[in-house]
Design a protein around this ligand. Structure first.
Ligand SMILES: [Zn+2]
Ligand SMILES: [Zn+2]
Length: 310
């Protein structure tokens, strides 16, 4: 079983010709979650040959325009192909108020749009959506930006009963795959906690230079070094930098500032892709069962509002 992570964009605030606004797509067993949706996110996906029209869930980190203004356009495209499945959108406090103008624009939608809050214990995706593995879970955690904000941890646990006897004694077995999308945030303890031992983290890295550390804090962002420090403290395995200010012409120029602290840092670029899989090959396939129990799809925890349009 695998998780594919695709960084759709790496720009902060202003999209550039070769740099779309920061967003990421997670795909697992044919199901998808989109993290943030700025202007041009659907175009960035198309450029990669990816389809966002069947995403189950859009997870917004906060409501600044560079993370949300792509919603009406994406919903229009979904409607134009006649999507029928409900679209779920989650985000931090203030979701309904923030997204309502977009939903008003989307009065032609052919599908239901359901807004919901993630419970602290996280969301077992197979209980809500068809096709997700039983061990797949999405959790939100608080981040520190200038507005209400949260980051996301996606984890995929290995199903214990899927291991065969001879494998149970192998200590190198990795029990869970972990991916973190920070959204806009300054360095903070909750981000470190959520990123513990993560296989891949995508972090806000708005500023490149070390002498921009205070500027980053003042604006609720990180510079490359602060992102690297956070990944290092968390014991993450790999860091992708993203959300570059437009003043960063070539992120690679500042990459040494991060690598000096956390070697396994890469500059995120649009379309950068990585597949995460359980280290022991024997498990993939054996643990790829998906839940057939969707009896609870009607009871969705804390729906903060259900919108039906069209
Ligand atoms: Zn931003
Ligand atoms: Zn922001």
């Amino acid at each position: 079983m695998m998780i594919d992570i695709i960084l759709l964009g790496s720009a902060g605030l202003v999209p550039l010709a070769d740099r779309a606004l920061t967003a990421a797509l997670l795909a697992c067993s044919g199901r998808k979650i989109l993290f943030d949706c700025g202007e041009g996110t659907q175009i960035a996906a198309r450029r990669k040959g990816l389809d966002l029209l069947d995403v189950d869930l859009i997870a917004l980190t906060h409501y600044h325009g560079d993370h949300t203004f792509g919603l009406p356009g994406l919903m229009l495209t979904m409607a134009s192909i006649g999507r029928r499945e409900p679209l779920y959108i989650t985000g931090p406090r203030g979701l309904e108020e923030a997204v309502d103008p977009f939903l008003r624009l989307a009065d032609w939608a052919t599908f239901e749009i359901k807004l919901f809050d993630l419970m602290p214990e996280g969301l077992r995706l197979s209980e809500w959506f068809q096709g997700w593995p039983k061990g797949a879970k999405l959790t939100a955690f608080k981040t520190e930006h200038r507005v209400s904000s949260q980051g996301y941890l996606f984890s995929l646990d290995q199903e214990k009963d899927s291991l065969i006897e001879s494998q149970k004694s192998q200590e190198q077995i990795q029990r869970s795959l972990r991916f973190v999308f920070s959204g806009d945030t300054m360095a903070c303890d909750s981000l470190i906690e959520a990123s513990r031992d993560a296989d891949l983290v995508i972090y806000d890295a708005t500023y490149g230079r070390n002498d921009q550390a205070q500027t980053a804090i003042d604006h609720g962002h990180m510079n490359f070094a602060q992102a690297a420090e956070t990944a290092h403290k968390a014991g993450a395995k790999r860091l992708w930098l993203a959300h570059y200010a437009q003043t960063i012409k070539n992120p690679e120029d500042d990459l040494p500032n991060a690598r000096a602290i956390f070697e396994n840092t890469e500059c995120g670029v649009d379309g950068l892709t990585r597949s995460l899989s359980f280290e022991t090959e024997a498990f993939s396939g054996l643990s790829a069962e998906t839940s057939g129990d969707f009896g609870n799809v009607g009871s969705l925890g804390n729906l903060s509002g259900t919108y039906t349009r069209g």
